[in-house]
Design a protein around this ligand. Structure first.
Ligand SMILES: CC(C)(COP(=O)(O)OP(=O)(O)OC[C@H]1O[C@@H](n2cnc3c(N)ncnc32)[C@H](O)[C@@H]1OP(=O)(O)O)[C@@H](O)C(=O)NCCC(=O)NCCS
Length: 161
């Protein structure tokens, strides 16, 4: 929860995280820093898989770990999964004023697909961004397996893995 609070003005509550663990089409991947004695959570991405779409609900990188490619690595995990399961779309929502996140997503090929005016508050608009994959066939998304939940990527002195 500390990471979430450091990353967002309106953080998810513990209940929201617990809820995601129960949603069968939700998956959260944690980025874990193994280079500290007890390990430390550095970031995470939460996505939903619904129909032919993967949707990124939450992405956070703790400030000390930023600008080392971890945010891109977490989004890339979702894009890899989208390719593997032949999803057509990866979508997300981002604050119009969130320059860091917008630069990350744009740099990875996401384009603006919509605008929700005053979505967060007056003058705080939400952008819908999406990345489309070429259709590879009519293969539906497989249901996520329980053991996939909360899988982790590791960070060490060698970088993000
Ligand atoms: C957005 C966020 C996840 C980026 O994480 P990160 O690990 O720092 O991102 P990366 O190091 O992988 O950066 C990848 C690219 O994103 C862009 N980027 C990231 N942070 C940026 C910043 N502060 N300003 C401008 N561009 C930025 C750059 O193009 C960067 O590539 P480069 O380092 O080669 O220039 C992180 O800043 C964060 O957690 N912010 C708070 C929570 C948030 O806004 N989440 C997204 C909600 S939609």
């Amino acid at each position: 929860m500390e990471v979430e609070r450091r990353c967002f003005d309106e953080p998810w509550s513990p209940g929201q995280f617990r809820h995601e663990l129960k949603v069968p089409f939700s998956r959260t991947v944690l980025a874990w820093d193994d280079s500290t004695p007890t390990g430390r959570l550095a970031g995470y991405v939460c996505r939903w898989a619904v129909g032919d779409e993967l949707s990124i609900l939450n992405l956070a990188v703790d400030p000390p770990y930023r600008r080392h490619g971890l945010g891109r690595a977490l989004v890339n995990l979702v894009l890899d999964e989208a390719r593997d399961c032949r999803a057509t779309w990866v979508t997300l929502e981002v604050r119009e004023k969130n320059d860091a996140a917008r630069a990350l997503y744009s740099g990875m090929g996401f384009v603006q697909a919509g605008l929700r005016k005053d979505y967060y508050a007056k003058g705080e608009h939400a952008l819908i961004m999406s990345l489309k994959f070429e259709p590879l066939g009519e293969v539906p998304l497989p249901p996520p397996q329980a053991e996939e939940y909360n899988s982790a990527i590791r960070i060490s002195s060698k970088g993000v893995r």
